[in-house]
Each structure stands twice: as structure tokens, then as C-alpha cells.
Design a protein around this ligand. Structure first.
Ligand code: AVI
Length: 328
């Protein structure tokens, strides 16, 4: 049974909307490069589009994560002995987690705690994983670190907490922020708690560009939905036909960047935010970064953040790594 302990009361929903509104104002007021935070991609429409992206032949990342956990979950869980409880940061639909839960459920009853700001994602996760025998699910509709604090407080004596951060979501942070995030996760853990971290690895640029600029236009729709969401929730008047989806690879930063480029000079009004701004023809709004790593870099980043790496597994079809760390 899925329990979502935190119902979002009206006051809190209002607070979320005003945080969205102020993040939009700050990002679009930047005198240099205009930006919007990628965490706002995932409303109901954006989450469905992301699921569709994960099935695209060009987006090898989605299939690599699933393939690896299908193949290596048994080995991974053998490296994490004792009684284990599992928390997942940004569970999404939970599809790839199934293999890990099943592997663990072969030796114990499993308490699985998905943490996601999207209530929808938690329900999809329940639909996907709710039938696995020996597994009970308690979802937390919270920001990652807040949710993890609450999960850690439910730990029983002698139980080891294993945190899953899969799908290369860490790549959506800048490198220093990603490392800092791992450090903050570490501060909630005890020594020998585990972290399984998925990271997309550096690969030829044309394959990366296609993965984020698929010919069917699904990623373009995902990107533009951010403006559509502002229109829906904040009464914006973005004309989506006046934007194009742009994908670049920055070699020095080793990251994909997604932008929305204005095809005309335009004025945009966002009524609920009490905000208006202008875009020049050709000017872009930067909506997402997806950093790519080398396997050694992932180990070093983990070590600097307070972990030791106890195993790494690779997909060679779409270079991708699952790295298992223990907190030191
Ligand atoms: C969620 N995250 C890991 C995806 C990525 O590849 O960075 C989001 C995404 N953006 C465009 N396609 C997929």
C-alpha cells in the first residue's frame, strides 16, 4: 500500500506556486543569459513527456539505466549485506528500481521510500512497484533532502540505509553543486550506509546531441512545455510557436545545454508573477544542463564528498555507470 504521509494543504500549494513565480522572475531577469530551473519541467505533462523520452531509440541513457539494473541488481545488492531499507531520490515512475527491490526481497522484507516533489510520480511508482511481494512502499512528496531526513528518522536499530540516485539526475546539477549535494546526502547518513549513483558517461558528441534533439521532437516538446506550464500556472502569454528547441554541447564543461531560442523580438507578460520582459530575436532561455562524466571522475567526486567506492558497473552499449558508495 502506498502511503503519502504529507498531503499538500492549500497554504503549502500556494507557497510552491509563489516559489515557482519568484524563480521564474529571477531567472528571466538575468541581465546576461536568461535561465529557467530544470526542476520545473516535471508537471503532469512534462513527466509524461519524460517517460516518452526514455523510450526513444536516440535517448540511450534511459535504456542503459534499465538494462544495467536488470543485469546487475543481484550483484549490487550482494555488496550491501545486512538488513537494508531503501530511499530513492527522484523516484520518477520507479521502473528501473523494480530489479533492485526484487533482488533485495529475495532475502528480506523491504521498506522502500520513494521521495519526489511530484505526487503524480509517486502514484506512477506505486502502480509500477506496488505488486512486488515482500515490498512495502511509503512515498514522500518532498524535496530530496527533506524527504531523506524523514526517511532516516524511520530507521530501526541495526538497519542500513541505502540511497538510490539513479538515471544521471546528478548530471542536471553543475559539477560543484552536484558534489555539494552528495555531501549533504552524506551528512544525513551513518558510516557504511550505501549510495547507488547513476551517471551518464562522456561519449561522442553527435550521439549526445541526438539524444537531446530527437527527430520526432519529443524532447523539443518537453523543453517547450516549461513555457506552457508558466502559461497555465502563472498566466503567462508565451507564444510557443515563436521558440525553437536548441541543443549544444559545451566541451570544456562536458555538458549538454538545452535552450529555447526566440525566433522574433517579443514581449512576454506573466500576469500572476506581475512580471514582463523582452526577448531579442535569437536570444535564448537556458533551461537545462546535463553533465557527462568519466568513471574515475565519479569515484573522485564521491570520495571528496565523504564516501568510498565499493563497486562500479558499466553499460558499454550506451556508456553509463552505476557506482556503489559506502559512507565513511
Ligand atoms: C532527468 N535527467 C537525468 C534527464 C537528462 O538526461 O538530463 C532529463 C532530460 N532532459 C532532456 N532529456 C532528458
Amino acid at each position: 500500500m502506498l502511503t503519502i504521509p504529507r498531503v499538500v494543504p492549500a497554504v503549502e500549494a500556494g507557497r510552491a506556486l509563489s516559489e515557482f513565480s519568484s524563480d521564474v522572475i529571477v531567472g528571466l531577469s538575468n541581465p546576461g543569459q536568461k535561465e529557467l530551473p530544470s526542476k520545473y519541467f516535471y508537471d503532469e505533462v512534462g513527466s509524461a513527456l519524460f517517460e516518452a523520452i526514455c523510450t526513444l531509440p536516440e535517448y540511450g541513457l534511459g535504456r542503459a539505466g534499465k538494462r544495467m539494473l536488470e543485469r546487475y541488481s543481484g550483484e549490487i545488492m550482494d555488496c550491501v549485506p545486512g538488513q537494508v531499507m531503501i530511499a530513492e531520490l527522484g523516484s520518477g515512475s520507479g521502473q528501473q528500481t523494480r530489479w533492485l527491490l526484487e533482488a533485495l526481497a529475495r532475502r528480506q522484507r523491504v521498506n522502500y521510500y520513494p521521495i519526489d516533489i511530484s505526487r503524480n510520480a509517486l502514484f506512477r511508482c506505486q502502480a509500477e512497484l506496488g505488486q512486488i511481494e515482500m515490498v512495502s512502499i511509503v512515498g514522500f512528496e518532498r524535496a530530496y533532502l527533506d524527504g531523506l531526513q524523514e526517511v532516516a528518522a524511520r530507521r530501526h536499530d541495526g538497519e542500513r540505509l541505502m540511497v538510490l540516485f539513479l538515471g544521471s539526475t546528478i548530471g542536471n546539477f553543475d559539477r560543484p553543486a552536484g558534489e555539494q549535494f552528495l555531501r549533504e546526502v552524506r551528512s544525513i547518513l551513518r558510516p557504511d550506509d550505501a549510495l547507488l549513483l547513476g551517471t551518464d558517461l562522456i561519449k561522442p558528441i553527435p550521439a549526445l546531441i541526438l539524444a537531446y534533439d530527437d527527430p520526432a521532437g519529443v524532447t523539443a516538446a518537453f523543453n517547450k512545455n516549461l513555457l506552457a506550464r508558466i502559461n497555465r500556472e502563472l498566466e503567462g502569454d508565451f507564444d510557443l510557436r515563436c521558440f525553437e528547441h536548441v541543443v549544444r554541447y559545451d566541451e570544456s564543461e562536458r555538458r549538454i545545454e538545452m535552450h529555447l531560442r526566440s525566433t522574433v523580438w517579443q514581449r512576454v507578460v506573466i500576469r500572476k508573477a506581475g512580471f514582463r520582459f523582452y526577448l531579442r530575436e535569437g536570444e535564448t532561455i537556458w533551461t537545462e544542463s546535463a553533465h557527462k562524466y568519466s568513471s574515475e571522475e565519479v569515484v573522485q567526486m564521491g570520495e571528496r564528498a565523504g564516501y568510498r567506492c565499493v563497486g562500479q558497473w558499466f553499460d558499454f552499449e550506451w556508456p553509463f555507470a552505476e557506482s556503489l558508495f559506502f559512507a565513511v
